[in-house]
Design a protein around this ligand. Structure first.
Ligand code: PLP
Length: 394
């Protein structure tokens, strides 16, 4: 069994590029060039140097001793929360801005839901002096005012998507429309391991630095480069793809994917795609997605803005389908409690997305000598208002 992408752009039966004909030249240009560009030594050199001096990599692999003592296992946190801009998303946007530059693009577009990917994109556009247009649902603009302000401070233009439910999927539609109209000079930076081939593979490769670092850090710290488990939350699946990447074919390493159950998987207010999703096509790839019987996309719900995506990337659909990864759904409440617990036990305020992954320790028992590496995908500063209202903190 093979878990990574094949030469046709599929993970098992998932993936591919299901796109309107008018988008074909853009996607095809990227597909023809991405591997050559990424493997070029000058690209590698600039990518690695920016990851080091701008993002602050390598991010630490931290042995969480009090958390480990409580759950009687060996827990290591991969500290993506310490990256510049506060999450793993910057690894991908740095890679894609360098890709855009080498393909001669002058203008960058992106879609954003909660604004985290928009901020990471606006950041790298400022870094490179490229024009940046971010599409965002009108409702999300109201809900996420601080991130809108950040994007504007970084020089981006934020365009409201006023159609449909005025959220992420509508912003994505607007971005795609823009790309069709600007095929020559514009690169579309997608924020997760989703979209038509080659995006899922390109983003996974940019994020794979995470598991490359885990391997060498774990070897130094424990004498073995492979843990027993890797745990990560899954929205689209990019932090998970990065944390799993170099372990995909090593089946001694068990993979756990944590999805957002919202109020509960059967509550009608959830984002647990592996449980609720069916095969379908979203944003140009064949994957699992939440949809009605007649194929309309269901609006997902989670307390965490980064996890309320109605699909998962095709890599994760394949990991689910083959049983390579175990999928677990965590409710809002359980995630919030796990987030607060990390604050008290380790002095780290996690993003609510990452708190979903942390809740695994209440759900599942690990052996006392087993090594569990958990992707702490982001920091909780952006979620303070949600923590405050959930726990009545002021
Ligand atoms: C966006 C985000 C996620 C979810 O995205 P993936 O592509 O699934 O990784 C998770 N954690 C944080 C902190 C995020 O900002």
């Amino acid at each position: 069994m093979k878990y990574n992408i094949d030469s046709r752009g599929y993970y098992g039966k998932f993936g591919g590029a299901y796109i309107p004909e008018m988008l074909y030249p853009n996607v095809e240009e990227l597909r023809e060039n991405y591997l050559t560009v990424m493997e070029d030594p000058s690209f590698q050199k600039e990518f690695n140097s920016l990851l080091k001096d701008y993002v602050g990599r390598p991010s630490p692999l931290y042995f969480a001793s009090r958390l480990s003592a409580k759950y009687e296992t060996q827990i290591y946190l991969k500290r993506e929360d310490l990256n510049h801009t506060g999450a793993h998303k910057i690894n991908n946007t740095i890679g894609q801005i360098l890709m855009a530059e080498r393909l001669g693009k002058k203008r960058i577009i992106a879609e954003t839901g909660a604004g985290q990917h928009g901020v990471a994109t606006a950041t790298v556009c400022a870094l490179k002096g490229l024009e940046c247009v971010v599409y965002m649902g009108e409702i999300d603009i109201e809900r996420q005012a601080p991130n809108v302000a950040r994007m504007k401070m970084l020089g981006a233009t934020v365009i409201p998507a006023r159609s449909g439910s005025k959220t992420l999927k509508d912003a994505t539609n607007e971005a795609i429309r823009d790309w069709i109209n600007n095929p020559i000079d514009t690169h579309y930076i997608i924020g997760s391991v989703v979209g038509p081939h080659p995006y899922p593979d390109m983003v996974a490769k940019f994020q794979s630095v995470v598991s490359a670092e885990i391997k060498s850090q774990l070897l130094t710290q424990t004498g073995k480069d492979a843990p027993d488990y890797v745990v990560a939350c899954v929205g689209g699946g990019s932090n998970a793809a990065g944390a799993y990447y170099h372990y995909l074919e090593n089946t001694d390493v068990k993979l756990i994917a944590v999805e957002a159950a919202g109020y509960g998987v059967n509550s009608g207010e959830s984002a647990a795609t592996s449980v609720l999703g069916k095969e379908g096509i979203i944003h140009g790839s064949k994957t699992l997605l939440m949809q009605t019987d007649d194929g309309q996309i269901t609006e997902p719900y989670s307390i965490s803005a980064g996890l309320d995506y109605p699909g998962i990337g095709p890599m994760h659909a394949h990991l689910f389908d083959t049983g390579r990864a175990e999928f677990v759904a965590i409710t809002d409440n359980d995630a919030m409690n796990a987030g607060l617990e990390l604050c008290k036990l380790e002095g780290i305020i996690p993003a609510i997305e990452s708190a979903h992954a942390l809740a695994i320790f209440e759900k599942k028992c690990f052996g006392k000598d087993e090594v569990v590496v958990l992707s702490l995908s982001g920091r909780g500063d952006k979620d303070l208002a949600t923590y405050i209202s959930h726990f009545n903190l002021i």
